[in-house]
Design a protein around this ligand. Structure first.
Ligand SMILES: Nc1nc2c(ncn2[C@@H]2O[C@H](COP(=O)(O)OP(=O)(O)OP(=O)(O)O)[C@@H](O)[C@H]2O)c(=O)[nH]1
Ligand SMILES: [Mg+2]
Length: 441
């Protein structure tokens, strides 16, 4: 089957100085001819006039030509730089769509073709999507690292080790009487144990990669009237939530997004915790509890007007991932109290006292929650599931009563790793057997 040629606007839709339209597939060269252009020198920007089938001028722009396989998709690719006006883009799109064998691309189809032509693996394709979605520096950094092959190399290496172990096990099964190197069986199980340890360490990353990608979730909880909504507004520097002196003002969860030192953070303001009579407020309080238990970090906000009294229901939700904060420090007469309670942050949203320090403390915690250092953290549930399956299969293999059953489980483990990178190939197992042992010569 001859692949169809696809095209799409690669830049964002809407008015812009320049718009980029990409055409990929075996008919890309013919499409250029139909637009009245000759194929320019590869990878060099060339001035071009694009015309429709009636010869009317579409635009005067630039053209780049990337012959297969040295292109993003691995196919012939033409990149057309035109002026980013709606009429120009529509005119070019209509003209391309009218050509035989050329059609608009499906979402993700360029990347899909690049994957199918072996330009990158699945984790790199995912990273490309993450890079396009990245809103903070940390997300950008992580996406670039993964796109550079950090996860691919790790998973390929594991799969290679596993395939090696499997090959050795198959050799033990198939050729028991041949001259196999001694201790092959013992060594292959050591290798499986090492691999299991590496996978466990990687899985045990406290979800840092996923947190960087999805953002760290912070919930502000506390008694009514403590100033939770005021704090939220101060953090985002706008009136996102209603503030009033009436206890029970906030009833639903209010979420705002923040870039905190390069990390994506979602902060939720919640209903004040108390025994309310009103059904709506009770529902709000139920949601506040839910949000507190789902959150990665909590800010427990106490009302300084009642200090040193601290609300018991809020106190009960404090744990190691909680920043305990007393608001309305302006109402506390003797600031010496602050020193006596060094586990508490004292702030006043009204005067701004301590807010910058609280923000810095929050930023440090957020960094702790997300930063994977120089390592390559997994970034998706998909990775977690496949690695979990791989580890389970390794455990079953270890416990299997027969070598044949163990081999089947190792094969399943290898397949789980193959699914991660998108490469599932069993033939290579045989290659390793013959390369390593030269059996039968
Ligand atoms: N003195 C003083 N008052 C404050 C401070 N921060 C907030 N307030 C006041 O405290 C009252 C309650 O503030 P909110 O932000 O609505 O409190 P809340 O915790 O969201 O209350 P609920 O939504 O009812 O749970 C308002 O009248 C605020 O103006 C502060 O630092 N000092
Ligand atoms: Mg509120």
């Amino acid at each position: 089957m001859i692949a169809e040629t696809i095209f799409a606007l690669a830049s964002a839709p809407g008015r812009a100085g320049i718009a980029v339209v990409r055409v990929s597939g075996p008919g890309a060269g013919a499409a250029l001819a139909a637009l009245g252009c000759s194929k320019p020198e590869p990878r060099r920007a060339t001035r071009a006039r694009f015309r429709d089938s009636a010869g009317a001028l579409i635009d005067d722009g630039l053209l780049l030509w990337f012959p297969a396989p040295q292109s993003f998709t691995g196919e012939d690719v033409a990149e057309l730089h035109i002026h980013g006006g709606r009429a120009v883009i529509a005119h070019l799109s209509e003209t391309l769509a009218s050509l035989k064998g050329v059609r608009p691309a499906e979402p993700g189809e360029f990347t899909r073709r690049a994957f199918e032509h072996g330009k990158f693996d699945l984790t790199q394709a995912e990273a490309l999507a993450d890079l396009i979605d990245a809103e903070t520096r940390a997300q950008q950094r992580q996406a670039l690292r993964q796109m550079g092959g950090a996860l691919k190399e790790l998973y390929d290496d594991w799969r290679h080790r596993l395939v090696q172990a499997l090959a050795h096990l198959e050799a033990v099964i198939d050729f028991p009487d041949e001259d196999l190197p001694p201790h092959v069986a013992a060594r292959l199980w050591d290798e499986v144990a090492d691999l299991r340890r590496d996978i466990t360490a990687h899985l045990d990353d406290k979800h840092r990669g996923e947190r960087t990608r999805d953002g760290v979730h912070v919930a502000i909880i506390g008694p009514p009237n403590a100033g939770k909504s005021s704090l939220l507004n101060a953090l985002v520097r706008r009136d996102a939530a209603i503030v009033s002196e009436i206890p029970g003002t906030t009833r639903d969860v209010i979420e705002v997004h923040l870039d905190l030192g390069g990390y994506a953070v979602t902060i939720a303001d919640t209903a004040g915790l108390r025994d309310a009579g009103d059904a709506i407020e009770n529902e709000g309080i139920r949601r506040a509890h839910k949000r507190a238990s789902d959150a990665d970090l909590k800010i427990a906000l106490f009302d300084g007007a009642r200090f040193p009294l601290r609300d018991a229901s809020t106190e009960a939700l404090r744990d190691a991932r909680t920043l305990a904060v007393v608001n309305k420090a302006d109402l506390i007469k003797s600031p010496k109290i602050f020193d006596a309670h060094d586990a508490l942050h004292f702030i006043s949203v009204r005067t701004g006292f301590g807010v910058a320090e609280l923000l810095a403390a929050l930023e440090a915690r957020v960094r702790d929650e997300s930063d994977a250092g120089a390592g390559a953290p997994l970034t998706r549930e998909r990775h977690r599931v496949a690695l979990g399956e791989c580890r389970d299969a390794l455990d079953r293999a270890k416990a299997a009563a027969l070598s044949e059953l163990a081999a089947e489980d190792l094969r399943l483990a290898a397949r789980a790793l193959g699914r991660l990178t998108g490469r599932v190939d069993v033939d290579e197992i045989l290659d390793v057997v013959f390369r390593d042992f030269c059996i039968g010569k």
